[in-house]
Design a binder for this molecule. Structure first.
Ligand SMILES: Nc1ncnc2c1ncn2[C@@H]1O[C@H](COP(=O)(O)OP(=O)(O)OP(=O)(O)O)[C@@H](O)[C@H]1O
Ligand SMILES: [Mg+2]
Length: 489
């Protein structure tokens, strides 16, 4: 393939005969021929219409062949055109000079036509090949350039894709994690709701009969006293008992009965009072019969929770009793999700009891006086603080960092789910708009500080609802008989 734009061969010679002979020979051989008779006109012609090859005479008037060659080689536009010198000079130095100036070959005069043609054909071929190579080279370079650009683009795309995949994977695992968490929390809250309903239901069912017994026990005591007094009066009047009566008196151990009956009645009274208190605590704890957000006495909530936890605070075979010190401040009624807040107190107090038991197990010491301190106070004019501290095992820094993380637990499998504190944190911060933090160090116990606003967002609505409820809901009846008795008492 001829990749050159031209197939012209330029002959530069000041001798017309030479021009004629060479032109004819080259034309016969199938080349197109152009001529110039001196160096200057040759340079102009080459620049204007570059030939495929130049046959250049050395000895010419004006600038000679060497100078012409030097100028052509100095011009970037013409430097690649092959030049063959034509010379009568036979000195090697002249040939070398020509070649060193950039000529590709030389022909000596007088011309041997066959030789001229052979040399011209070789250089034309070389020129064509070099042009083809050059073109291929350019194409290759272009291709390399394009490939590099494509590769860079591909690399960029791959990186972007990888980044996208990483981000998506992260998003997906985060969503999965959130979903799992939400699911467990849902199950947990569902369980608590069911437990709350159950507790509230039981408390409600027990409430009426207990009130009935409690209200009547006073009368039972009163009647018993009357009967015993009457009996005493009879005894004083009767000096001689018939044997059957005497036998009956001894059989029922009247003296002991007289002494014991008032005691029994009094302990029954204390017992029913206690049941009433427990029922009140259960109802208070579950808060099932109340609107979700309500103005409540925070201390009542803490006390109910403590009441429910009594069993764990009492002395047990391997553990001494846990003392509870309360330093209650003068708190105003606080607007909150009472049931949820009780859940928070329950979680914190359970953890404190666990930590105290752990401290006793770990140290194996009987010197530890397991204690829980509960302090409340008003902060500024719109917040309250509840601090629950224990002198249990405490927490190292790394546990403290993660205490509010969902599913974080240091307790044995089956004992802790690791959700107590994360749910409590969520309730205090998200539902109550407050904060829950923890202060602790290993072996030094732990303190959890809850801070919540006194009035929530929906305070006005709640206050109105509360007022309406108070007005329209009648007082609970305590049972017909006792009600009658109370009226007459
Ligand atoms: N008062 C405390 N003293 C020492 N460590 C505590 C205390 N309260 C919490 N922790 C640490 O924080 C961890 C997380 O508590 P969290 O209540 O969230 O879960 P848990 O008690 O392990 O399980 P559960 O979900 O049953 O409550 C506990 O496992 C414990 O290591
Ligand atoms: Mg817990």
């Amino acid at each position: 393939m001829n990749t050159l734009d031209t197939s012209v061969i330029l002959i530069v010679d000041d001798t017309p005969t030479n021009l004629e002979v060479l032109s004819e020979a080259l034309t016969d051989a199938g080349f197109e021929v152009a001529v110039a008779i001196n160096g200057e006109s040759a340079i102009k012609q080459v620049e204007y219409d570059p030939p495929m090859l130049i046959l250049l005479d050395v000895m010419m008037p004006g600038i000679d062949g060497f100078e012409t060659c030097r100028r052509l080689k100095a011009n970037p536009k013409t430097k690649d055109i092959p030049i063959i010198f034509m010379t009568a000079l036979t000195e090697t130095t002249d040939k070398v000079k020509g070649l060193s100036l950039g000529a590709v070959d030389y022909i000596t005069k007088p011309f041997q036509q066959m030789e001229v043609l052979a040399r011209v054909q070789i250089h034309v071929k070389l020129r064509q090949m070099s042009a083809t190579l050059e073109e291929q080279n350019i194409r290759l370079q272009q291709e390399i350039k394009e490939r590099t650009v494509a590769e860079t683009a591909l690399q960029k795309l791959t990186q972007e894709l990888e980044q996208l995949v990483t981000e998506r994977t992260q998003e997906l695992s985060q969503s999965l994690h959130d979903l799992q968490q939400a699911q467990v929390q849902l199950v947990q809250s569902e369980k608590l709701v069911i437990l709350g309903q159950l507790v509230a239901g039981i408390a409600h069912e027990i409430n009426n009969p207990v009130n009935f017994i409690h209200a009547n026990i006073y009368h039972v005591g009163h009647y018993t006293n009357n009967l015993l007094e009457l009996l005493q009066f009879y005894e004083a009047q009767v000096t001689h008992f018939i044997p059957e009566l005497q036998a009956k008196k001894e059989k029922i151990d009247l003296e002991f009965l007289r002494e014991d009956l008032p005691k029994i009645i009094s302990s029954m009274e204390i017992g029913t009072e206690r049941i009433s208190e427990i029922v009140k605590s259960l109802r208070n704890f579950s808060r099932h019969d109340e609107a979700e957000i309500k103005v409540v006495d925070i201390h009542e909530g803490i006390d109910s929770t403590l009441m429910i936890l009594q069993n764990r605070l009492k002395p047990r075979p391997d553990y001494p009793a846990i003392q509870v010190f309360k330093e209650y401040g003068d708190l105003p009624p606080v607007e909150c999700y009472a049931g949820k807040m009780n859940q928070v107190f329950m979680n914190i107090l359970c953890n404190a009891i666990d930590a105290l038991e752990k401290a006793i197990d770990d140290t194996n010491s009987s010197t530890l006086l397991p204690t829980i301190w509960i302090r409340t106070e008003v902060l500024g004019d719109d917040r309250i603080a509840i601090r629950i501290a224990d002198n249990g095992s405490g927490m190292p820094e790394e546990v403290q960092q993660r205490v509010f993380d969902p599913f974080f637990t240091t307790k044995p499998t089956g004992k802790g789910t690791g959700l107590g504190m994360s749910i409590s944190h969520q309730i205090v911060s998200e539902k109550q708009g407050g904060s829950l933090r923890c202060i602790s160090s290993p072996g030094k116990g732990a303190e959890f500080v809850i801070e919540i606003p006194i009035r929530g967002k929906s305070s006005e609505v709640v206050t109105i609802c509360h007022a309406i409820a108070e007005t329209i809901v009648p007082q609970r009846s305590v049972g017909l008989i006792s009600y009658e008795r109370i009226k007459s008492a």
